[in-house]
Every structure is written in C-alpha cells, then in structure tokens.
Ligand binder design. Structure first.
Ligand SMILES: *Cc1c(COP(=O)(O)O)cnc(C)c1O
Length: 505
C-alpha cells in the first residue's frame, strides 16, 4: 500500500507520503511501533538517571548532525535521534533521580500523549476541537470541585509559570477596575505580596504586567518558612497607610524548595478583610487535592480567587499539563479577547455561542493536554493517584528519619510535601568550606550520571535537596544516593582524585 518508503528519501523530493492520513495509516503504525519498541528496550535497561557525558561531547554530537542535507527517511532519523536524544536523556523514572520537580509519568497518560499528538487537536475554538473542549471543560469543573469552588472556571495551561502569569493578569484587571485611577499612575503603585520562597514566576509576571521593579513585596515567614499571617497583617496595614494598593497576595501551597504550605485560611481571612485578590500557587501541592490523608493541608484553598495546579508534577502527567482555576467565572471572562476569524464578539453574546476555550487562554493554538489527565483518572482513579502522592510524602518523612542522627548529613526544617533539604557538614568543618562543598557534591554526582540531587541556598546557606516524586522509589534507593553524597563529600574533604576531577570540569 504505502507509495513512499519510510526508510529512504522519496526520490521525487515530494514527501507528502510522510503526512499522517489515510494513505499512511500503516506507515504510522509501523513507525510508532518502531519508536515504542526502541524506547521499551531503553526503559528495560536504563541503569542510571543519565549517562552523564561531558558537555563538549554532547555539543559535538548535536553540532555534527546535518540539518540542511536531504532527508534520510523517518526511520533512520528516528534511530539517529534515539542515539542522540534518548541515549543521553535524563530519566525521571529512575529511583536515583531526586533533583527537581519532575515526576515519572503514568502509563495511560503516555498513551494519551500518543493519541492527542496524532490527532493534533487544538483546543482554541470549539470548531477545531468539539468534544475535546467539552472534555477539558469537564476536567476544569472536576478540579474546581476538588478545590471546593462552588461554580468555578479555568483553563489548561502550559505550566505553573503561565498559570501564575494569567492569575496575576486577572488580579491586575480587578485592581484596575476597582480603582478610579488611570493605568499610568496605578500600575507603578500596585503591590504583590508573597514570601521569599514564592516561585520566581511571580516576580517575572509582575514585571511582564508592567508593575514596578519593586512591586513584589516579601512577606516574612515563620520559623518553619511558611508565610507569617501576623507579618502579612502588618504589611497590609502599612501599605494601606502608605496608599499603595495591593493587587494580590500570593500564597504558595507547596514551595518549590521546601514543600511548605502557607497557612491558607489565615491568609484568606486577611485577603478578604482587605478586599485583595488571593492567588494560591499549588503547582506542587495540588496533588493533595486527591489525597485521602492529606487533603486537609489545603484547607482554605477554596477561598482563593485563583489557583495554579501543575498536573505534570504531582499527578504524574507528561509535560505539559497544568491549569489555572478561578472561583468566579466572571473574573476569567473579563479578560477575554475576540478575533473576528476565531471567536467574534458578536457571536459570543448570542444564544448559539460556541464554547471557545481561546476566550479563556493566553495561548491561541493549544494542546489537548487535558486528555492525559482524563485517561489517567479513568484508568487509575483519583484515590489511587492520591495514594501515589501520599507515598512520596511518606517517603520524605522516612528519609528525614533516616538522617536524624546522621553525623555527616543534616536535614533542614520540615516539609508538608516531599522534599528533603539537607547539608553535608561533618563535625568540625568550617561553614564557609561546607558552603563550597554542597554545589560541588551536586556537580560530581551530576557528571557521573549515577544520581541526581539539586542544590539550593536557604537563608544564605548552601544546601542539597531531594525532591521525591517517584512513588516506586524505596527508602533503600534513597539511602543509596545519600551514601553517594556522603562518599563524595568525604572524598572532596580527603582531596581525592574524584574531587580533583569534579572541580576541574
Ligand atoms: C514548578 C512551580 C511553578 C512553575 O511551574 P512550571 O510548570 O514549571 O511552569 C510555579 N510555582 C511553584 C510553586 C512551582 O513549584
């Protein structure tokens, strides 16, 4: 049947046969099977989070590919990319990958990715997506209900960064429409309140939204690192007295570094008292919405004006999958844009108006990422998904227990989720030397490819960090990585060749 070979360039140079369609259905099947067979073998045999090769080697490999020559055919190109990309990838499913907020992905969602990629739906207008729009809307309702919004709305986004930006756009809109002032004088005076641990996308968004460089004011934290409501009260009163309007309070439900959840109810009380927009950034902690044992940690989230949830973090979804949810649908509708060729304003008001998601999104063409969550919920069920979140949180508690009396590794503070912030600091080591060691330890492990941990600075002190998001990782897996950390630190102190190699690179 196929007129064109997938293994060699089409001699005519017209490669229409490579487009997915009726004529190429068999080629599609063959090609996808080929990719899946290759990847399945890699998953079967991957023995470390990465092969840890040198940057110059990767640069050479990437630079050595001829992107301007004639096509080599789909199969050869895929094999080539397998050797280049898959071979040198970072594998988030590996139990020694403990660095960032990346999760291993559930199988049904991976299969869903293949489905939505092939069909290539764009959920911008209803006439491009039909049932996909209705499915996304149903999931927005599902998430809203989990949050506790009585009649919320929202939209899927590319990630927490975009969700936070959109949330603050809505907050700015509210601030502008409740003020008598014109934009020119109001914008530079608007303030956003968040703790130092809030995600950097909050200050980036403030900048993008035209606020002053110092618009984001830091709310002090309590001894554990959660927003201090008393400090928030004082700051709100002070800004009131100064006549500086507060556009939004951003509470973080699961800080990126420490997995701490700001006291949502107390913050909601103050936001309500001052008539300030409350955004809850639950990019990380949103997984608790399906936990049967920890859902109470999010109590008060239902009082937010807007909420960010990253399904590609604690719902084990492939990148990208996130959503912005709002309590009042009108808040989202207020910033809709209408284009005559997509979603004309005249039709929007009519009874037969088509439900166009583009009205609600910062994106126009947009992936049907909701399908992954849909299939996951049907395949796995929310309860089991919540159990997976609980498992990684429990694992973090166990790891902390493990390190309680460790002479070399010292845990910092507490968590509400699944991170472990710690420091290699044997007795007698100077603080300044310990500060130097933490990033070096990370670097050496990263270069080896055997294990991946993150580094961070908390209150001016260098630390290492584990982000546990693999419910199948065992305590023994994590203990083995901690042994590597310890050995690397000890090696550095002893000035071994390992240390020299790590510092030299
Ligand atoms: C990860 C994270 C973000 C950013 O989300 P992306 O999906 O990476 O864009 C925002 N806020 C918090 C608290 C996060 O942990």
């Amino acid at each position: 049947m196929p007129a064109l070979s997938l293994t060699a360039p089409d001699p005519t140079g017209v490669r229409t046969g490579s487009l997915l369609g009726g004529r190429t259905a068999d080629d599609y099947r063959e090609l996808l099977h080929h990719v899946v067979d290759d990847l399945a073998e890699r998953f079967r045999t991957v023995s470390s989070p990465s092969v840890g090769p040198d940057r110059p080697l990767l640069d050479d490999l990437v630079g050595g590919v001829d992107l301007d020559g004639p096509g080599i055919g789909s199969r050869a190109a895929l094999d080539e990319a397998g050797e280049l990309y898959a071979q040198n990838a970072v594998w988030f499913h590996h139990p020694s990958y403990l660095a960032h907020l990346n999760c291993p992905v559930v199988l049904p969602a991976v299969a869903a990715e293949a489905m939505l990629g092939a069909i290539n739906t764009s959920v911008d207008t209803y006439d491009q997506s039909l049932v996909a729009t209705l499915m996304e809307r149903r999931l927005v309702r599902w998430t809203s209900e989990r949050i506790g919004f009585a009649g919320g709305d929202g939209v899927f986004t590319s990630g927490g960064t975009q969700s936070n930006l959109q949330a603050l756009l809505l907050a700015r809109h509210r601030a502008e429409h409740t003020s008598e002032e014109g934009r020119e004088t109001l914008l530079p005076r608007l303030r956003v309140l968040a703790t130092e641990a809030a995600h950097f996308s909050v200050s980036r968004s403030a900048e993008l939204l035209g606020l002053a460089p110092d618009a984001v004011r830091t709310v002090p934290v309590d001894a554990d690192g959660r927003m201090d409501p008393t400090a928030l009260r004082l700051l709100l009163a002070r800004l009131d007295a100064l006549g500086e309007p507060v556009m939004a309070v951003v509470a973080t439900a699961g800080t990126t570094d420490r997995g701490l959840i700001d006291p949502l109810d107390a913050i909601a009380d103050l936001a309500a008292e001052h008539g300030v927009w409350l955004h809850v950034d639950a990019a990380y902690g949103g997984g608790l919405l399906v936990s049967t044992t920890r859902r109470h940690l999010l109590d008060g989230i239902e009082r937010a004006d807007s909420v960010t949830v990253d399904f590609h973090k604690t719902y084990f979804q492939p990148v990208s999958s996130s959503a912005l949810l709002v309590r009042e649908p009108a808040d989202l509708a207020a910033v809709a844009h209408h284009a005559d060729y997509l979603n004309p304003a005249a039709e929007a008001a009519s009874a037969e108006a088509e439900p166009n998601q583009v009205d609600k999104s910062l994106q126009t063409t947009r992936r049907f990422d909701a399908l992954k969550l849909w299939i996951t919920l049907r395949a796995v069920g929310p309860e089991e998904l919540g159990g997976m979140v609980d498992r990684v949180c429990d694992l973090a508690t166990q790891v902390r227990g493990l390190l309680e009396d460790d002479p070399d590794l010292h845990v910092l503070g507490t968590t509400d989720l699944s991170t472990v912030v710690f420091r290699f600091h044997p007795a007698g080591l100077e603080d300044s030397r310990a500060d130097e060691l933490q990033p070096l330890i990370r670097r050496i492990l990263f270069q080896s490819g055997r294990a991946m941990v993150a580094r961070t600075t908390i209150e001016g002190t260098a630390h290492l960090k584990l982000t546990l998001l693999n419910p199948e990782a065992t305590l023994a897996d994590i203990a083995a990585v901690l042994d590597l950390v310890r050995a690397t630190g000890r090696g550095l102190l002893a000035g071994t060749r390992l240390a020299a190699a790590g510092e030299g690179r």
